[in-house]
Structures are given as C-alpha cells and as structure tokens.
Design a protein around this ligand. Structure first.
Ligand SMILES: Cc1ncc(COP(=O)(O)O)c(C=O)c1O
Length: 460
C-alpha cells in the first residue's frame, strides 16, 4: 500500500468553516437532537456523547463503516469506543446472536455459553483462574475492587492519576481537573471528578502518578497498612495511549508484592485487543485480578472480572464472621445474547491472523500519520499500541498523565471534526482514541491518510 505523505502537497489548504459544514450535513441529526433535548439531559445518553455543536445520530454500521441518519458514510475508528474489534455486523457474531435470540432473551440461570466463554478467558489470560461476568466495565471494576477489599479486609485502594475505571464512586477520583485541585504532580491529591460522590470516599482512595516509579513507591509504602489494592490500566488509555515506560508495570508488580497489596489490571480497553492475552501478556506481568469489557462482548453488553482462585473464592467461601462473603450478583449477568456474541468473538480471536491483520493495518496507518505530522513540522506524537492510537498535539514523548493532559486537546478536537466532515471518524472529537478493526481495508487506510493529512494542514 502506498503511503500518501504530506510532502506531496505544497500549499496548506484554505481553512474551511468545519462547524458550518457539519451543521449543513447533519440536518436530520439536528432535528433529532432538538427533540432529544426535551427528554434527555443534554440530549444524550452518556456525558461522553455530548458534542459541539450537537451529536450526529447513527443509522447503521457495516464492516469498517458507520452511516448517519442523513445518509453520510464514515470510516469508523471510534468503533464503539473500542468495543468493536472484528468490524460491525461481523458474520460469526451476528449468526450466534440471532441463533441465541431465537432461544429466549435471559433466564437468570446458567447457560453452557457461560462455561465456554469462561474457559476461553482463562485459557487466553493465564493469570485468570476464576472469572465472573458483569454488564459493563464499571461493574467489573467495582466488583474487582470490592472482591480485593473483602479478601484483604482493608478499605483503601490506590489508583493511577488519569486512569479511568468507569463511573462508580470509588474510582471517580484523580482523573483530571484544575491544577490546584490535582495537587503536586508527584504527590497527586485525591481530587474529585464528580459532584454527588460522597466526599468521605476520598479517605478510601489515594492517587499515584503512572510511570513515576519512585513517587509511586513512596505513596504505596506510606499507605501500605491501609491498602487493599492498586488498580491501574496497564496502558493508560483514558488520557491517550500512555505506554508503561522503564519496566513500570514489572516494578509495580514487585512493589505491590513486597508491600502485600493486591494488583488489579483494568484491561477493559486493552484486554484481547493489544494481544490475545491483553497487556499483561505483552509486558509479561501477572496481576492478581483483571477486569475485561469492550472487545470481550463483540459489541454487546458484557464485562468480566477474574484472577487468582483464592481471591475470587472470596465471593463464595463463607467466613465465620458476618458478613460471610463478598457479594456479587446481577439479573443480567452473563446475559445469553451477549455470551453468544462473546463466544463467537473469542473463537475468531483464536486465529493469529486477526492479530497480524490488525498489526499490518496499524503499521500502515499510525507511522504514516506521524510522518505526515513531521513533514508538516507540526509538533505531535502519534502514540500507539497495536490497533489503538492517540495523537498528542503540541508534544512529543508524552510519559505521564499530567503531560498528556497538557497537550493540545483543542487542536485534536478540531482535527477530528475536520476529518469527520470529510468522512473519517478518527475517534471522538472530544478526545476518544482511534481503534482499528479486522474489517478495515488497505483502501480505508489510504483514504484515511489523505483525509488525515488534509486535516493536519487545516489545523496547523
Ligand atoms: C479502562 C476502562 N475501564 C472501565 C471502563 C468502564 O467501562 P463501561 O463504559 O463499560 O462501564 C472504561 C470505559 O471506557 C475504560 O476505558
């Protein structure tokens, strides 16, 4: 595949009013949004879906493409925030789901599908000896943390600054905010991210800086008597794609073992995506517990948490004292339709060719984007791991959440919007990453690079 690089064009393209173009394209979406404002706060179902000037509405999707209600086609790199790994309407998944739907929706008693998915998870991710299912990544991290707290008999957890683990009360801390709220970079405060989360919960959470192992050690050492667990994404994906540097994860594993603190990897984004065994396989680190979501369900609502047998048995092994167990439940846990989608997804992922295809596509897209930026003398880093990437404008070699937070998100949004109105959805204009699916083609990548370059010229 030929790479289209910036040097082929001499003059920057005139900047068009992207917002005006967006509004003129999205007539039906605008009408729907106006109606939605009457019944949904902000007209959306999730705060992540808020978008300026208004969000566009999806009609359907197929393979690597998403189609809006006004009839436009987009090459989709948002991919349901990373949940769609094999492409929209993947045949194997659709057939499995349709067959399951014929058998009934939900039974609230076990199905064989549950066994099949659990077996595949435990064989792909060897640190996971026992697993339980939930409906969202939020629930998965909530239950993993509860299980760790129950097992350790301690209330406090430590989380990485900038790390996102869903929307429950224990984890909406230390994401981002005004500098005075966040505290010193090497000693972050437990800064609240949401009103409505009881302030008293701050006493049960401390925050450490990802990729700064000395500062991490000091914080964990000081809190070692109180801490049940450390939770982190192995690749800090919420603030972009921050790779662990200088063996950070291996060191974190050593420290947590030394201090007697459980280690939870939140692999909701990285699980099954960056490799079949997730980031823990890539970096050769075995956490005590792991959470999964997104790719696991093949686009359907499914997440899971699992890990060491002795820790997971905390859910069922009765203690003498009251309460006897750490509780996990849910009417829709292991929903058969989602499990059918998951079983089909994990079966496809057994084939190495999926991962080599994703790598090939990623190697054609992300380095070429970096080349375009460099040729245009735009300071930016295309940070990537396998089939996911983020562009940090205004910086190179971004290592920490603070550095990521300080990059030019406004420019990223403008570039994303420019590309969107030209038919390529590179993540979300508000900063969601790009993901590649097994359904993307070389033609998609070629077209995407043309649009990306045009967008870089428009925002430089
Ligand atoms: C790392 C991580 N953990 C947990 C979650 C929460 O997952 P969900 O949105 O399914 O609740 C997300 C969502 O983006 C995530 O990125």
């Amino acid at each position: 595949m030929s790479k289209k690089v910036a040097t082929k064009k001499e003059k920057p393209r005139a900047h068009v009013d992207v917002k005006a173009k967006y509004c003129s394209m999205m007539k039906k979406s605008k009408r729907l949004h106006t109606k939605a404002l009457d019944v949904l706060p902000g007209g959306v179902e999730s705060n992540f879906r808020l978008m300026e000037p208004f969000p566009f509405y999806a009609a359907y999707a197929d393979g690597s493409k998403l189609y809006d209600v006004d009839g436009h086609e987009y090459i989709d790199y948002l991919l349901s925030q990373g949940a769609i790994m094999l492409g929209h309407r993947r045949k194997e998944i659709m057939q499995a789901v349709q067959a399951q739907v014929q058998k009934g929706a939900n039974f609230a008693v076990p199905t064989e599908l549950c066994l099949e998915v659990a077996k595949r998870i435990t064989s792909y991710v060897p640190s996971v000896k026992r697993v339980r299912f939930t409906n969202s990544g939020t629930e998965a991290t909530m239950h993993a943390i509860r299980t760790a707290r129950g097992f350790a008999g301690k209330d406090k957890i430590a989380k990485a600054e900038g790390g996102y683990h869903g929307v429950h009360d224990s984890v909406l801390w230390g994401l981002w905010g005004p500098p005075e709220e966040m505290g010193h970079e090497r000693r972050p405060k437990t800064a609240s991210f949401s009103r409505g989360v009881p302030k008293s919960i701050a006493d049960t959470v401390c925050v450490f800086p990802f990729n700064d192992i000395e500062a991490t050690y000091d914080i964990l050492h000081k809190e070692r008597e109180n801490l049940a667990a450390v939770i982190t994404e192995p690749i800090l994906a919420n603030v972009g794609v921050l790779m662990p540097r200088d063996h950070y994860l291996n060191e974190l594993r050593k420290i947590t073992k030394e201090l007697g603190i459980l280690l939870i990897f939140d692999e909701v984004v990285t699980g099954f995506r960056v490799s079949r065994g997730g980031a823990q396989e890539l970096f050769h680190v075995k956490p005590d517990l792991t959470t999964f979501g997104k790719a696991l369900g093949g686009g359907f609502q499914l997440a899971a948490f699992g890990g060491r047998k002795d820790i997971m048995d905390e859910l069922v092994e009765e203690k003498e004292e009251w309460p006897h167990v750490t509780f996990h439940g849910g009417t829709y846990n292991a929903h058969p339709v989602s499990m059918a989608a998951s079983a089909a997804t994990l079966k496809v992922l057994e084939d190495d060719r999926v991962y080599s295809n994703l790598d090939r596509l990623a190697n054609n897209l992300f380095p070429a984007m970096q080349e375009q930026l460099d040729d245009l003398h735009i300071t930016a880093e295309v940070a990537s791991c396998g089939s996911m990437a983020q562009i940090f404008f205004g910086a190179k070699d971004v290592r920490t959440a603070r550095q990521a937070d300080g990059t030019d998100w406004d420019k990223l949004g403008k570039w994303c919007m420019h590309c969107l109105v030209h038919g390529v959805m590179f993540g979300h204009p508000h900063g969601e990453k790009m993901f590649i699916s097994d359904a993307h083609t070389c033609e998609d990548i070629e077209r995407s690079l043309e649009v990306a370059e045009d967008g870089f010229r428009a925002v430089m």
